[in-house]
Ligand binder design. Structure first.
Ligand SMILES: Cc1cc2nc3c(=O)[nH]c(=O)nc-3n(C[C@H](O)[C@H](O)[C@H](O)COP(=O)(O)OP(=O)(O)OC[C@H]3O[C@@H](n4cnc5c(N)ncnc54)[C@H](O)[C@@H]3O)c2cc1C
Ligand code: FES
Length: 271
């Protein structure tokens, strides 16, 4: 429960209002994590927030990486941190993405906006699998509001040489020659075997609901669809009840849930 001190080694601006912090543990190396898990980041004097791991699962030299969008008080305090300054870190918490479920099947990664951050460790894992690959087929569908609000632009380019990367934006600009519209459009026409595929989704809840609807229409069973949920968090360990969602605590039972298990709650506004 006690935050450990970490130092900001590098701070990268993703786009105005979103940034990535590369952190190093000051006292002991950052613990290993599974893709989909999160840390509680403590900005001294401001408070603590849940932020997903977005770096490599095989952490290099004890570093941990987080991509954050500035929303309220705590994330604004994190945004003000400069290289060399310190913050507190607790974690990793949560269950992570069920990668074993995708073995021998096609894995569809579907991300909206900042939702690419919790999926990036999955992409690193998939691209660095030993050969023959346990998960041979995978592709990324990524939708953002504007071209300038796409995360990890250079990496997206590099990944597109190693795996199918399908991007779309809500609003294009003069430099954008790609697809304009919601992510469900490329998802609808994509050629995949819905009965032998698994989908990992992360993004705004509305985007996840529409994408799930499309996957179900394509014939994917609800048991093959996994989503990462965000709820207000305090302890991160299943003690305080802040993150209760239906019968689950998002911090302990999630943040990744199988859609088949939570479909009754996903559609209920403000639950
Ligand atoms: C498992 C998980 C992973 C997350 N991963 C990321 C990530 O990688 N990057 C990122 O930018 N954000 C992530 N979030 C959302 C992030 O925790 C909230 O944006 C953040 O808590 C807002 O805090 P604030 O102090 O800036 O805003 P305020 O509005 O001042 O929030 C006050 C309190 O409300 C809570 N809160 C407000 N909005 C949310 C929200 N949407 N979700 C959860 N708690 C909220 C926080 O506990 C915070 O202490 C994640 C949330 C969860 C639950
Ligand atoms: S954050 Fe306290 S129970 Fe989940």
């Amino acid at each position: 429960m006690t935050p450990r001190p970490f130092r900001v080694d590098r701070r990268t601006e993703e786009y105005p209002g979103a940034f990535t912090l590369h952190l190093t543990a000051i006292e002991q190396p950052a613990p290993a994590f599974s893709p989909g898990q999160f840390n509680m980041l403590y900005a001294f004097g401001a408070g603590e927030v849940a932020i997903s791991m977005s770096g490599r699962p095989q952490q290099l030299e004890g570093t941990t990486v987080h991509t954050i969008r500035t929303r309220g008080l705590v994330t604004a305090a994190l945004a003000r941190l400069q290289e060399g300054e310190q913050l507190g870190v607790r974690g990793p918490f949560g269950n992570g993405w069920p990668l074993p479920e995708a073995k021998g099947r096609e894995l569809l990664l579907i991300a909206g906006g900042l939702g690419l951050a919790p999926l990036r460790p999955v992409i690193y894992h998939l691209l660095h699998q030993p050969r023959p690959r346990a998960i041979p087929n995978f592709r990324l569908f990524y939708g953002a509001r504007r071209p300038g609000e796409m995360l990890y632009g250079t990496e997206l380019q590099a990944w597109s040489h190693e795996m199918p990367v399908i991007t779309t934006v809500d609003h294009g600009d003069s430099a954008w020659s790609g697809e304009v519209g919601v992510i469900t459009t490329p998802l609808k026409r994509a050629d995949f075997d819905a009965h032998n595929a698994v989908a990992f989704l992360c993004g705004p809840e509305a985007m996840m609901r529409f994408s799930i609807q499309m996957l179900l229409e394509r014939g994917m069973p609800a048991s093959a669809i996994y989503i990462s949920m965000e709820r207000n968090m305090k302890c991160g360990t299943g003690l305080c009840g802040h993150c209760q969602w239906g019968p689950n605590f998002v911090c302990k039972n999630g943040p990744v849930f199988c859609f088949a298990d939570v479909q009754n709650w996903l559609g209920i506004h403000a639950l």
